[in-house]
Design a protein around this ligand. Structure first.
Ligand SMILES: [Mn+2]
Length: 296
C-alpha cells in the first residue's frame, strides 16, 4: 500500500492548467499514489493526439501498475508520414521514471501498433502481451485487452476500417476548425461526439463490440473487461459483468484509475469524473454471523 485512498471530494482534480501553474513539470515528484492506471489510444504520431495532456496526467499519478491498452503509437500514421515531437520523448522519459520508481508497466498492443505483436514477451522493464488478467484489490478479475479482435469490421472488412479511419480524421479536423471558428475553448470535440452518437449503424456496432467483450471476459472467469479501441470512454455494469473502456487521447482525454480498495474511476484530463465502479463490498460481521447460522 503506497498511500491512503482519498475520497472523491478530497481528491485534487487533474486540471492541466492548475498543474502547470503549480509547476508540475517533468521533474516534479508524483502527487497521487494509486493502485493502477489504464490508458489507451494515445495515437502518438497522429496530428490529433493530445500528448501534452497525457504527459500532465502521467506526471500527476504514481501508479503501482500502469497498463497501456493499445494504440499507444500510431504505426499506420507514422508509416505514411514521420511525425515525432519533444513531448513524445518526455512521455517516454516519464514512463522510464515511473519504472525506476517501481511501477509495473504492461502493454497490450492494438491494431495501430500491431507491429509490437511480433515481440510479445516479458522484457523486465515492460511486459508486452496480447492480453492480461488484472486482479483488482478487491479480488475481482478483469481481462485487459485493446479490443480490435472483437471488432467485426476490423476483422472481416479491413478496407472499410481503413476508410473509417480516414473519415474519422476528417471528422476530427472539421470539428477542430469549427470550434476554432466559433472561438470555443471547452469540449472541443463535442460535434464529433454528436455525429458518432447519431449514426445508427455505429451505435449498433459499438453495442455489439461491448457485449462481445463482456462475453470474452466471462469465458475467462473474469468479472469485467478493460479495453479501448472505439474511443468511447465508458463504465457499464450489466448482468453481473462490468465493461470499462478507458477512452482515448485524441477526442476525450480519459484514463481509468483503480484505487487501493479496488474501486475504479474514469477521469477526464480536465478533472471531470465521468463514471465510477464501486469495489466489491466486504462481508459485514452480520453477514458472517448469518452465514454461520445457515451452515449450522
Ligand atoms: Mn484500435
Amino acid at each position: 500500500m503506497k498511500g491512503s485512498r482519498l475520497t472523491t471530494h478530497q481528491r485534487p482534480h487533474v486540471d492541466p492548467q492548475s498543474l502547470a501553474k503549480h509547476g508540475m513539470a517533468k521533474d516534479t515528484p508524483c502527487r497521487e499514489p494509486i493502485r493502477s492506471l489504464f490508458i489507451s489510444d494515445v495515437h502518438l504520431g497522429s496530428k490529433h493526439t493530445q500528448a501534452k495532456a497525457l504527459l500532465k496526467l502521467l506526471n500527476h499519478y504514481e501508479p503501482e501498475q500502469l497498463y497501456i491498452v493499445g494504440d499507444f503509437i500510431d504505426g499506420w500514421k507514422l508509416k505514411r508520414r514521420w511525425r515525432w515531437n519533444p513531448t513524445y520523448d518526455r512521455i517516454f522519459h516519464r514512463l522510464m521514471d515511473l519504472r525506476r520508481c517501481g511501477t509495473k508497466i504492461r502493454y497490450a498492443p492494438g491494431n495501430h501498433d500491431e507491429f509490437l505483436r511480433n515481440f510479445l514477451a516479458d522484457y523486465g522493464l515492460i511486459e508486452l502481451e496480447q492480453e492480461f488478467v488484472h486482479e483488482a484489490a478487491d479480488g475481482r478479475r478483469y481481462l485487459v485487452t485493446h479490443g480490435d479482435k472483437f471488432d467485426k469490421v476490423e476483422q472481416s472488412m479491413p478496407w472499410l476500417s481503413l476508410i473509417g479511419t480516414y473519415a474519422y480524421d476528417v471528422l476530427l479536423s472539421t470539428n477542430y476548425w469549427l470550434n476554432w471558428a466559433r472561438g470555443k475553448k471547452h469540449n472541443r470535440y463535442a460535434f464529433c461526439n454528436l455525429i458518432k452518437r447519431n449514426i445508427k449503424g455505429l451505435v449498433k456496432h459499438i453495442s455489439d463490440f461491448e457485449s462481445q467483450l463482456m462475453e470474452a471476459a466471462a469465458e475467462q472467469d473474469c468479472f469485467g473487461i478493460i479495453c479501448g479501441h472505439i474511443h468511447s470512454p465508458r463504465i457499464m455494469h450489466l448482468d453481473n459483468l462490468a465493461y470499462l473502456n478507458t477512452g482515448d487521447w485524441v477526442e476525450n482525454c480519459t484514463a481509468l484509475v483503480e484505487f487501493e480498495d479496488g474501486s475504479f474511476e474514469l477521469n477526464r484530463a480536465d478533472g471531470r469524473i465521468l463514471a465510477t465502479l464501486k469495489s466489491r463490498q466486504p462481508a459485514t460481521e452480520l453477514d458472517e454471523s448469518m452465514a454461520g447460522v445457515l451452515i449450522a
